[in-house]
Design a protein around this ligand. Structure first.
Ligand code: ACO
Length: 325
């Protein structure tokens, strides 16, 4: 049985925050942000938009693109590090908004979340448990961003992307590689607001309910593990980077993507980039980029596609699949 992507969708909030806007908020400037990251602007959810709202809109687009009846979906997985609540899951809220009968759960693997969720959705279908699975990556990173910390607030943005997975006539999933290394947890974390250190007046005052990141360490980690995981999935399939038609990497920093392009001796044209428009949307970044690549006609039936994630956990991973549409 071949299992692949039946359709893609995405959604980004209307409000745009440019680098010049940020320069009015913290000591930074467009030139620094552009040259160090490649980011020019990002989207910010409105006060009444939560992660499930963005996820729902992306899901509707993916269902439409797949050309299926929404009632065919039997499982909804939302990869997110910014769920609406501790409980219920964001996925259950999306299931309800869609008005479908389906199992639903969230998956937490930060910026690698969509890679984990795609592999999980594939596995449910492969095991014969479900026929069609909706896999969503959605984030409102603006809600865990410290808007006074210029080291992090310039990087992140809000958005959502989704795919419908199901049986396909051709192509589909080829190989996947998922890794976690919790020893690096402290390099990228939200210190308070969980069971270790519940939210309190003190943690709010210390801004410990916001994302803290060791940017340099995460950068070094990314350029080390990106090639490792891609080599793994290529080896499993017994092919080389030359055989790949499109890489859709996590959209964290253009310098990370450029270094991988050099490392694999592949032109930048083979790497889909939209981080200049959205910044780093964590778990949403890969499906948001995949959907834009699809809608721009960058994917043809039979194309070999590699999607890659890396981030909090620390986690990383990648998937190789063939475009079936
Ligand atoms: N504007 C202007 N200057 C700044 C800014 C800013 N926004 N931020 C830092 N600086 C200054 C620093 O203070 C430092 O000044 P100094 O030399 O006088 O001390 C200088 O710029 C260089 O700072 P670095 O931190 O060394 O800058 P670097 O080139 O490493 O870039 C960055 C920082 C962009 C954060 C980079 O490290 C990076 O992209 N890291 C990876 C981040 C990432 O991908 N994180 C997400 C993982 S995904 C997830 O799971 C959420």
């Amino acid at each position: 049985m071949k299992i692949g992507v039946l359709g893609t969708g995405s959604f980004a909030p209307e409000k745009i925050l440019t680098n010049d806007d940020l320069a009015k908020m913290v000591d930074t400037n467009d030139e620094w942000i552009s040259t160090r990251t490649g980011i020019k602007e990002r989207r910010i959810a409105s006060a009444d938009e939560a992660t499930s709202d963005l996820a729902y809109r992306a899901a509707l687009n993916a269902i439409d693109n797949a050309g299926i009846d929404k009632n065919e979906i039997e499982l909804v997985i939302v990869a997110t590090m910014t769920s609406d609540h501790f409980t219920p899951s964001t996925a259950a809220l999306v299931q309800d908004k869609l008005g479908i009968k389906a199992a639903a759960f969230d998956l937490s693997a930060a910026c690698t979340g969509f890679i984990y969720a795609f592999t999980t959705g594939y596995s449910f279908i492969k095991a014969g448990i479900y026929k069609k699975v909706l896999v969503i990556g959605a984030e409102t990173m603006s809600r865990v961003t410290d808007w006074t910390d210029r080291g992090t607030c310039i990087l992140f943005g809000d958005g959502a992307g989704a795919v419908v997975l199901g049986e396909t006539e051709t192509g589909g999933f080829i190989s996947s590689h998922l890794v976690a290394d919790g020893s690096g947890a402290c390099e990228l974390l939200v210190p308070a607001g969980g069971s270790r250190t519940p939210a309190s007046h003190e943690t709010l005052d210390n801004k410990d309910v916001y994302l803290k990141m060791n940017g340099r360490e995460i950068f070094k980690f990314a350029v080390k593990v990106f090639p490792e995981t891609v080599e793994n999935i290529l080896e499993q399939a017994n092919i080389t980077a030359d055989d790949i038609d499109l890489f859709v990497p996590h959209q964290a920093n253009i310098r990370i993507i450029e270094s991988i392009s050099k490392r694999f001796k592949q032109p930048m044209e083979k790497f889909y980039v939209n981080l200049h428009k959205y910044g780093n949307t964590s778990g949403a970044s890969v499906p948001l980029a995949l959907d834009e690549a699809n809608r721009e006609g960058r994917l043809k039936k039979g194309d070999k596609v590699v999607i890659v994630g890396f981030g909090g956990g620390l986690t990383y991973g990648s998937i190789l699949f063939e475009w079936s549409k």
